[in-house]
Design a protein around this ligand. Structure first.
Ligand code: ZN
Length: 329
């Protein structure tokens, strides 16, 4: 695919594109530590966290769930300004159509069509229309972000399909942070009950270890494929927690930031002092956490995930598990 031919015609930007907007896409299976990584990166002066745009339309615009700043979506001045700049107002968006597009275009089972678009450079009308909406929101968010010479939007949808769709857009310079966590920890986390305070403490879905293991394999293999097409950095969550400063510099390198502009002063020992408000939409309840956060590996799965489940997950994920340097047993 060529950089200028992927999105054209009905999906083209209506205004001039003066430069490609940098987007750091945090990709990986849910419960891999993305929210903590996002919160730390949000402390950088260059970054602005938009949250999970894949869920923006339903959870934010339609349901009015709480933004990362704590305000309801329709009360958050940041998101209201984004809506004005993007569409005149959020009420101007044909929500049923966009949500329909999201469910017909941006999901795992549509990956073959998305990868075909990567190969051929030709997108179908639904893909063009959907990407057009995401890009419009992202560029409006960039315009409302605190000024920075080298602004980077933090996108934490995590979904492979969303990453692959966004990276088709020539107006966006998508860099992929491929986040990996030990699948036994991920599997254990998906068996636990987690409430979503932004949605009346409704519980997040739970999945069996076998289902999580299968998803861990397919998602990570997919990200490996995408990593051949976009600048990317694979980061094990466990490594990040062990050496956060080293990894912050590596992420800065992925984004082309000069090393002396990589901010790490908010880290003192294993505590992160988080002071920058975050306007991320959707996402893990952890984003409402306090300002001081201790970086500590949650390895409760070693004690609490039944042995048969640990064995099952290790067996189902063995090829990648060992390739990523995790012990089989
Ligand atoms: Zn907000």
């Amino acid at each position: 695919m060529t950089e200028t031919s992927a999105v054209a015609g009905p999906g083209a930007l209506s205004g001039p594109v003066t430069g490609r907007q940098k987007v750091l896409f945090i990709g990986g299976l849910g419960r891999s530590g993305s929210t903590l990584v996002e919160r730390l990166l949000n402390e950088w002066p260059q970054t602005f966290a938009v949250g999970e745009t894949v869920h923006l339309w339903e959870r934010g615009v339609r349901n009015g769930e709480r933004c990362g700043c704590g305000a309801a979506f329709d009360q958050c001045p940041q998101w209201q300004e984004v809506g004005r700049r993007a569409f005149g107002n959020w009420s101007e968006v044909d929500l049923d159509r966009v949500i329909g597009l999201r469910w017909s275009v941006d999901r795992s089972r549509r990956l073959p069509a998305i990868l075909r678009a990567h190969r051929t450079g030709r997108l179908d009308p639904g893909q063009l229309d959907y990407i057009d909406h995401l890009r419009t929101v992202l560029l409006a968010a960039a315009a409302t972000a605190p000024a920075s010479d080298d602004l980077v939007l933090l996108e934490s949808s995590k979904h492979l399909s969303t990453a692959a769709l966004l990276s088709l857009d020539p107006a966006l310079d998508v860099r992929l942070l491929h986040l990996v966590r030990d699948p036994r920890g991920v599997a254990y986390s998906w068996t636990k009950e987690v409430a979503r305070p932004e949605a009346g403490n409704e519980l997040m879905p739970r999945y069996s270890p076998a289902r999580t293991a299968a998803r861990w394999m397919t998602d990570n293999l997919g990200f490996e494929v995408l990593a051949r097409r976009v600048p990317s950095l694979r980061m094990r969550y466990e490594d990040f927690l062990a050496n956060p400063i080293t990894w912050l510099y590596r992420i800065g390198g992925l984004l082309g930031l000069p090393p002396d502009s990589v901010e790490t002063s908010f880290l003192r020992g294993s505590t992160a002092h988080l002071s920058t408000p975050m306007h991320s939409v959707a996402g893990n309840p952890l984003r409402f956490g306090g300002t001081d956060t201790v970086l500590r590996l949650d390895d409760a799965w070693r004690r609490s995930l039944p042995r048969r489940d640990r064995m099952l997950v290790a067996t189902l994920t063995a090829p990648l598990l060992t390739a990523y340097g995790y012990p089989l047993h």
